[in-house]
Design a protein around this ligand. Structure first.
Ligand code: GDP
Length: 425
């Protein structure tokens, strides 16, 4: 049997209508996940529904419908392979709420393709997504300059978009010199799998080659176990089975584990992944595990499982570096929006605004500012309104970042600098 390829979660991000869905559809086609006859079927159906020009995007939009009708094409999870990696597209472009998806553990991305239209260049959402990618810990990106067919494959247009994107990504800390900027047409298929004759001036890698060039992400197996709970089931004949993704560390059969903030303990009796029992679970594994000693109602979504000797940290309060993305007015002490951190959603109050920072250099601009507004970066002290597990981003980045949501939008995002731990026993 061939050894399993290392796995990567890939986010495909960018401004609406710049071609994210089309790009994913094209990748699935070029890597053989979606076959020609399926595309033909889609095309026919698209035409019968009065959608004149066939679009790969339509494939993506139709996926949900397909699944509901039970057609057996396994692209529900949008998995594809390059020679080196197996990829899962974690942020389905159909999900408009990219930010929220990125925060809840299930869809944490290791790398991203930023799609920007060559006809328009970077737009508002491009900036927001690039910024958030960096804040949330994505270190590897590819910039795909799309719709090159619509600008007659103009090198000048490519350079224009590339220059703007270089500045944009550099402003949040990505290195343009280490980032591929690939002129593509998701629609026509240029520079996806093989170099396009339409862009003889472009000497860099094609999209699939650039994906294959990503560095393998480190597996945080040497860290303590942290497994945020997504759901809890009772399975007859087995017992209580929490489900979630291992973020750090290793879960082993027989291990004594603690759930926080629930503050209950149990023993891992068995671990299951893809309907098979496994002796241990590693970072990135989505597992269900049977625990002896706890009942279904003892733990819930938002709790985090860790070793009894090094349990997840419950915060009395925490200090964080945040950036305010959008807010209709200003953010001040007493503001209590919902914090999305791993699988938890918890209302937390800003109890002090400690320092206002220059968002680019990180230099302190003002001590104890009276308020913060969109575009500001700051260090703040925050108090959860009910017990919440959160960790220092430096030690456990996966558990130390969050998005702040209010009024249906992402108000801010941030990283935890320090935690004042609550004594749990
Ligand atoms: P998303 O909102 O970013 O997911 O964008 P879509 O993939 O839905 O594409 C938005 C529109 O741009 C659709 O009408 C696509 O057909 C069109 N489009 C996407 N990629 C290309 C491309 O490479 N060339 C051209 N000309 N149009 C494209």
């Amino acid at each position: 049997m061939a050894a399993e390829k290392p796995h990567m979660n890939l986010a495909v991000i960018g401004h609406i209508d710049h071609g994210k869905s089309t790009t994913v559809g094209r990748i699935l086609f070029e890597t053989g996940v979606v076959q020609q006859h399926i595309l033909d079927a889609y095309k026919k159906e698209a035409e019968s529904k009065g959608k004149g020009t066939f679009e790969f995007a339509w494939v993506m939009d139709s996926l949900k419908e397909e699944r509901e009708r039970g057609i057996t094409i396994d692209i529900a999870h949008k998995k594809f392979e390059t020679p080196k990696y197996s990829f899962t597209v974690v942020d389905c472009p159909g999900h408009r709420d990219f930010v929220k998806n990125m925060i809840t553990g299930a869809s944490q991305a290791d790398a991203a393709i930023i799609v920007v239209s060559g006809t328009e260049g970077p737009m508002e959402q491009t900036k927001e997504h690039v910024f958030l990618s960096k804040t949330l810990g994505i270190n590897q990106i590819i910039v795909a300059i799309n719709k090159m067919d619509a600008v007659q494959y103009s090198e000048e247009k490519y350079n224009e978009a590339k220059d703007k994107m270089s500045k944009l990504i550099a402003s949040v800390g990505f290195k343009p010199a280490e980032t591929p900027f690939i002129p593509i047409s998701a629609f026509a298929g240029d520079n996806i799998k093989t170099p396009s004759p339409n862009t003889p001036w472009y000497k860099g890698p094609v999209l699939l080659a650039a994906l294959d060039d990503f560095k393998q992400p480190d597996m945080p197996t040497d860290k303590p176990l942290r497994l945020p709970i997504q759901d809890v089931y009772t399975i007859s004949g087995i017992g209580t089975v929490p489900v979630g993704r291992v973020e750090t560390g290793v879960m082993k059969k027989g291990m004594k584990v603690s759930f926080m903030p629930a503050n209950v303990e149990g023993e891992v009796k068995s671990i299951e992944m893809h309907h098979e029992e496994i002796p241990q679970a590693l970072p990135g594994d989505n597992v269900g595990f049977n625990v002896r000693g706890i009942a279904k109602n003892d733990v819930r979504r938002g709790d985090v499982c860790g070793p009894v000797e090094n349990p997840p940290t419950v915060a009395e309060e925490f200090q964080a570096q945040i950036v305010v993305l959008q807010h209709p007015s200003v953010l001040s002490v007493g503001y209590t929006p919902v914090f999305h951190c791993h699988t938890s959603q918890t209302a937390c109050m800003f109890i002090s605004l400690d320092k206002k920072l220059d968002p680019r250099s990180g230099q302190v601009k003002e001590e104890n500012p009276a308020f913060l507004k969109a575009g500001d970066a700051a260090i703040c002290t925050i108090q959860p309104t009910r017990p919440l597990v959160i960790e220092k981003a430096k030690e456990l980045p996966q558990l130390g970042r969050f998005a702040v949501r209010d009024m249906g939008m992402t108000v801010a995002a941030g990283l935890v600098l320090n935690v004042k731990a609550k004594q749990m026993r």
